[in-house]
Design a protein around this ligand. Structure first.
Ligand SMILES: Cc1cc2nc3c(=O)[nH]c(=O)nc-3n(C[C@H](O)[C@H](O)[C@H](O)COP(=O)(O)O)c2cc1C
Length: 344
């Protein structure tokens, strides 16, 4: 099916193609038996794929990264297509339209995507209405963020608002402190600025009956010393893990001339150019934390070998986005099959 759809989708602008895929998935999900059919066609199930991480049971370690299902519309369909978990969002308190279009571009020669969406999403209310539905056993994480217009001094309230309102509807949270797709966006990177965001979340969680793991999603562009600061936060606060990494603002080594893409080609790069750096960041966190905390490895997972390298570097789970754009659901299936073979 993806084989037939791919050339049609690739003939379109990347964001239009994405909207059509979301629409198709929602449509299939509405047909009785639609998700069952997706599962039959794509999902690979095997006991050796299962993982128990921060108290949750994952049917496989391959998740959909944040940004694909921003408004929590298709997490059940993505799970039926073989993903072991889905991170929805980034969700901000209020809806925001993001940067002017076009703002997502496929860089085919680089097996990459350039995006400058600016955390476009339909806001907390809409996400909540979607996440209230039965999850049907799908593990759903929610990536949370601040509205672009919220001043930095008030950002903690934005994170808390989304966290508190969605607390009972998702399985874990990823706190996005790695915005890099909006121009001049402030990126919190000092221990104090990160703790300003995390402390209210920890406090709110302390009063709840259910425990929701909180992870920090970081940028690959942080200097190594700052990655160590993030790791130390994980080691000596109630933070449960790290999602490493978001897309990179570095355009080094690209074959595509991104200056043709308007606004001097500004935007974050995901996909193959990111693989090595994402693995390096995960390895650094793993070594410093001596493997005591879960790390979700994300960035340039384009092949089963990339995933194996990421797991070898110390990731407990992996996520992909750009790999799915180029490889479709077959990539998830190939990764799962390769992992099963590796176990045998
Ligand atoms: C079009 C697009 C939109 C994205 N939106 C978000 C987002 O809203 N929040 C976030 O944390 N990451 C977002 N990401 C980053 C991905 O979650 C992921 O960290 C990054 O793309 C690296 O993984 P990949 O190489 O497999 O794509 C986005 C990526 C792309 C390509």
């Amino acid at each position: 099916m993806f084989k037939i759809l791919r050339p049609i989708l690739f003939a379109m602008n990347a964001e239009t193609a994405h909207s059509i895929v979301l629409w198709l998935l929602r449509f299939v999900g509405m047909i009785p038996g639609g998700r069952w059919l997706l599962r039959k066609c794509y999902a690979v199930e095997h006991p050796s794929l299962e993982r128990e991480v921060f108290g949750l049971r994952f049917k496989n370690p391959v998740g959909m990264a944040a940004g694909f299902d921003r408004n929590a519309d298709v997490y059940r369909e993505l799970s039926a297509m073989g993903f072991g978990f889905v991170e929805v969002g980034t969700v901000t308190p209020r809806p925001q339209t993001g940067n002017p279009k076009p703002r997502v571009f496929r860089l085919g020669a680089d097996r990459a995507v350039l995006n400058r969406t600016g955390v476009a999403n339909r806001g907390l209310e809409r996400a909540m209405s979607r996440l209230r539905r039965a999850h049907e056993g799908v593990i759903v994480g929610c990536n949370i963020g601040k509205n672009t217009i919220t001043p930095v001094e008030n950002q903690a309230a934005d994170y808390l608002k989304v966290f508190r309102n969605l607390y009972q509807y998702v399985d874990y949270f990823a706190v996005n402190v790695s915005y890099n797709t909006t121009f001049k966006e402030y990126v919190p990177r000092s221990r104090d600025s990160i703790m300003d965001i995390l402390t209210p979340l920890f406090e709110f969680r302390r009063g709840q009956n259910q425990y929701r793991p909180i992870l920090l999603k970081i940028s690959p562009d942080l200097p190594d010393e700052v990655i160590d600061v993030m790791t130390d936060i994980m080691l000596d606060t109630p933070l449960d893990g790290i999602v490493a990494t978001n897309a990179t603002t570095s355009h080094e080594g690209l074959t595509t001339d991104v200056s043709e893409l308007g606004r001097i080609g500004a935007g974050a790069i995901s996909g193959a150019p990111l693989t090595a750096r994402a693995i390096e960041v995960v390895a650094r966190i793993y070594e410093r934390s001596k493997g005591t905390y879960p790390i979700i490895g994300v960035g340039g997972m384009m092949t089963p070998a990339d995933v194996q390298a990421m797991l070898n570097a110390g990731a407990t789970l992996v996520q992909l986005y750009t790999g799915f754009v180029y490889g479709g659901p077959k990539l998830v299936r190939d990764i799962c099959r390769a992992l099963i073979e590796g176990e045998e």
